[in-house]
Design a protein around this ligand. Sequence first.
Ligand SMILES: NC(=O)c1ccc[n+]([C@@H]2O[C@H](COP(=O)([O-])OP(=O)(O)OC[C@H]3O[C@@H](n4cnc5c(N)ncnc54)[C@H](O)[C@@H]3O)[C@@H](O)[C@H]2O)c1
Length: 263
Amino acid sequence: MNLTGRVAVITGGAGGIGAALARRFAAEGAAAVVVADLDADAARAVAAAVGPVVHAAGLDVTVEEQVRALVADTERRYGHIDLFCANAGVATAVGLDAADADWDRAWRVNVLAHVHSTRAVLPGMLARGQGYLLHTCSAAGLLTAVGDAPYTATKHAAVGLAEWLAVTYRDQGIRVSALCPQGVDTPMLAEGLATGHLGARVIAASGAVLHPDRVADAVIAGLAEERFLILPHPEVAQHALRRAEDPDGWQAGLRKLVRRLRA
Ligand SMILES: NC(=O)c1ccc[n+]([C@@H]2O[C@H](COP(=O)([O-])OP(=O)(O)OC[C@H]3O[C@@H](n4cnc5c(N)ncnc54)[C@H](O)[C@@H]3O)[C@@H](O)[C@H]2O)c1
């Protein structure tokens, strides 16, 4: 898929990776890009900065009726949706002792919201015999996010769901990509680095911390090839391979890095 003349929706589009996708989709000639976010003012600021192709909407992805309303409104305005980017996500920065409320929020935003948005958008896509789902997961969904148990568990679930959707709907014209970046210079990671959180330091020590625009580059290339796994950090594929071939050795290597950073 290329973006020329396409209608795209991006959740969590008010900043970071989502805003970079909006800028890039507009530059690629999209017909309309809807940036939807809990922070409606920030979404409006993105729309104002990018230009008239981009439209802002307030949205809590954990409320299924709001997601359905956004999809219905976008279809009414623009006729259909070509690409739905389920990109909103939350980190918790806590381990097993995370409060049940943190586990619940991570599950609702990082996984259940992908179920809800897919349920809402799929009927229109299936009726047209085409459509694209881009689910922002994380390298944490293929590896592990040190110091964040809910993030690790829910991002693994998000990759599993995306793969299930790809297997189930590809023959009906629905393409699916799972975007799995490692470190990206957005408020989510910057906050952890500013407080010296071990997980953020592990990410920074594991590879480049990319500008969100570089993630958008990888998305454009991945969508053009209609590749399931979009890896802005190519080394993540090597780590995932090593983890699959030798889980004990891979875990030992990660523990060694953690010990080094703690020392
Ligand atoms: N930054 C990284 O290093 C990194 C790495 C891998 C994956 N990711 C993933 O990329 C995605 C985008 O994150 P980012 O790095 O741009 O961080 P970010 O915090 O800048 O952006 C996340 C956006 O999601 C929005 N959001 C949160 N909860 C929401 C809700 N309930 N409804 C609607 N919007 C909501 C926030 O308001 C924010 O604008 C997330 O899924 C994140 O897990 C980030």
